[in-house]
Design a protein around this ligand. Sequence first.
Ligand code: SAH
Length: 215
Amino acid sequence: MPDARDELDWMVRTQLEPRGIFDARVLEAMRTIDRRRFVPEAHGSLAYDDNPLPIGEGQTISQPYMVAVMTQSLDLRGPQRILEIGTGSGYQTAVLARLGGEVYTVECRPALLEKARAVLDSMGFKNVHYRAGDGRRGWPEASPFDRILCAAAAADVPQAWLDQLADGGILLVPVGGAEGQVLVKVANRGGRLVRTEFCPCRFVPLVGEGDDACS
Ligand code: SAH
């Protein structure tokens, strides 16, 4: 594989820095984790573009900018416990694992989870825990979480996630349907849940009850 340093540098300089990504640790993580490793071979030449890309099973790897916005908004520092719903390609997982403590990632499509696990293992990540299943239930045995991130659009925030969010914790999830979604942030301040909406976005839907992909 060609050395991707120039491409990654270009991605950060043209797509992230000019759009308000200022956290040096996030920029550094995105400059060093090669997105191409998470993209199917056939789309390799598009790996550094400003777009989501297909990863199989009708799912997509998130746009680099979206990964950066969400990661920056999580304000990761120290040994935080992070729950990620929607592993997908594992790209966002890698960025979280580089910056956070322990990452618990749940994916309802087992084939995608195994592919992501193989890539993350090959990159040496030891602080990622994997589960195949319905992420709407969260991961009760590993809770509470300091950060919860969902990479698929929910009709509303599942109660299980709110129950598993630690005091001082932050939860991020796109809320809405195919017609439009907004990124919602919920902060747990001493048991008081403060909800803010902060940018329009577009994610694949969170699979729900009665959906074959998740049963
Ligand atoms: N950040 C990921 C984006 C993956 S797309 C990346 O950059 O690759 C969203 C993922 O959420 C898909 O892989 C989809 O299968 C998964 N998903 C959808 N509903 C889910 C659910 N209820 N539980 C767990 N994963 C779910």
